[in-house]
Design a protein around this ligand. Structure first.
Ligand code: 5GP
Length: 411
């Protein structure tokens, strides 16, 4: 290559490396840097150094979205030369810049296409898209997975829109909330369970072990791995039986009668049990699984249940506000969460409680400006915490005090 052309091409590559991320190019940075040190005549795609197969599926056994792709590969008996499954650890893990360059959200699975494809795509980093690519690319071998079947598509899409987005309620620490539309674990778990029932209603009636009847479909590949998670994890949160009846029968039958589903089940369970549960004790610190509210009920539970009267001034699904029986100021309202959910006192607050704590403060602020309750221009909002703080009732409550100019003493 003439020197000027080489310099120009290296300049081009430098610009490509510098601005690749900003412009949406998806090739790994260190690979690019390595190649920048050589010449542009070498290929830009790092994947070849990992595998010579036509495709690389970056995936690990515990990935339930990856498992849908693995089910397709196993059922279609796709060879290693066509698709090789490689751990993202080969690229330094999910958060490495190399992997993020392929899969911008750092999620599994991700498919690298190492041959020319008419779409021009080099990497696909979304599991439904990968699954549909595999079905179309390998349409002439093995089962079709019914790509045009509306029942299958509805189950698969319902799964991705309503279950995938909140399935973290089964295993994610609260620092990773909110989950989809849900700000706390309990409401996400309830929605998860309800959507399982909805999906059950989409199943075909009659014979056949699969969701759409006697033929395996994309719906099976999509839903089954999530059922492995749900079946194992929902009981940790007190949901037994984990799966609704028809789905439970499906889950057992398909494992008993289809070796691929049994294999994928065992792959996922191996990691869940041996790594997540027994080595990492993942659920020990997860609220509603390892951690639960076992403290005794208080007088406020009776007020919430309407068993003893209270002068209620404000109420919604989450909070209750009522006049203090022994007011310390002309206006004195207590604001409490209806579901104590471990909040015996404020020092028990965790990120799981962010939503309810916000709601309590908003309610307190609204009450504090309510002239009909006797408040003037301002109020004092107090939380007593524990014995030293003078707390008597072990159910978190905010005192909203006002109706006169309060003295400046807090302690
Ligand atoms: P703490 O001292 O725990 O911060 O506040 C508990 C508050 O609950 C006290 O101000 C007390 O007067 C109020 N309280 C206790 N029992 C009842 C009750 O049965 N009804 C009402 N409305 N307030 C109560």
């Amino acid at each position: 290559m003439p020197v000027s052309v080489k310099i120009a091409s290296e300049l081009l590559l430098f610009l490509f490396i510098s601005f690749g991320f900003a412009t949406g190019f998806t090739l790994p940075s260190t690979t690019l840097k390595r190649q920048f040190a050589t010449t542009m005549s070498t290929t830009l795609d790092m994947s070849e150094s990992i595998s010579k197969s036509e495709h690389i599926l970056f995936d690990m056994p515990v990935s339930n979205n990856g498992a849908r792709c693995r089910i397709i590969l196993f059922k279609k008996r796709i060879s290693n030369e066509q698709v090789e499954i490689v751990s993202p650890m080969t690229l330094g893990g999910l958060k490495s810049s190399e992997y993020l360059a392929l899969s911008p959200n750092g999620l599994m699975p991700c498919l690298s296409i190492q041959k020319e494809h008419e779409s021009g795509m080099k990497h696909i980093s979304e599991s439904d898209t990968i699954a549909r690519y595999l079905l179309s690319e390998f349409s002439d071998t093995g089962p079709s997975f019914l790509p045009d079947n509306p029942r299958s598509n509805q189950i698969a899409r319902w799964h991705d829109v309503y279950l995938t987005t909140i399935q973290g309620c089964l295993y994610k620490p609260s620092s990773r909330f909110p989950l989809g539309d849900y700000a706390d674990r309990k409401s996400a778990l309830n929605a998860f369970k309800k959507n399982l029932e909805t999906i059950e209603g989409f199943m075909a009636d009659g014979d056949g072990i699969y969701l759409c009847g006697s033929e395996v479909s994309l719906a099976d590949a999509t839903l089954f791995p999530t059922l492995v998670f749900a079946n194992y994890m929902l009981p940790k949160f007190g949901y037994t039986p984990a799966l609704p009846m028809k789905l439970s029968k499906y889950f057992n039958d398909v494992r008993a009668q289809d070796a691929v589903f049994a294999k994928v089940h065992d792959e996922i369970m191996d990691v869940l049990v041996n790594s997540w549960e027994e080595t990492n004790h993942r659920w020990d610190s997860i609220w509603l699984a390892g951690l639960k509210d076992t403290d005794p009920a208080t007088i406020f539970d009776k007020i919430i249940a309407g068993e003893i009267p209270a002068s209620v001034v404000k109420e919604d699904d989450h909070i209750l506000a009522f006049k203090d029986i022994n007011p310390m100021a002309p206006a004195h309202i207590l604001v409490i969460p209806k579901d104590r959910n471990g909040l015996t006192r404020i020092n028990r607050a965790t990120p799981e409680h962010t939503n309810i704590l916000g709601r309590l403060l908003v309610a307190a602020g609204e009450i504090a400006k309510d002239e009909t309750l006797g408040f003037g221009d301002g109020a004092r909002i107090v939380i007593n915490d524990g014995p030293d703080g003078g707390q008597e009732v072990m159910h978190l409550h905010l005192h909203v005090l006002g109706g006169k100019k309060l003295n400046g003493q807090l302690g």
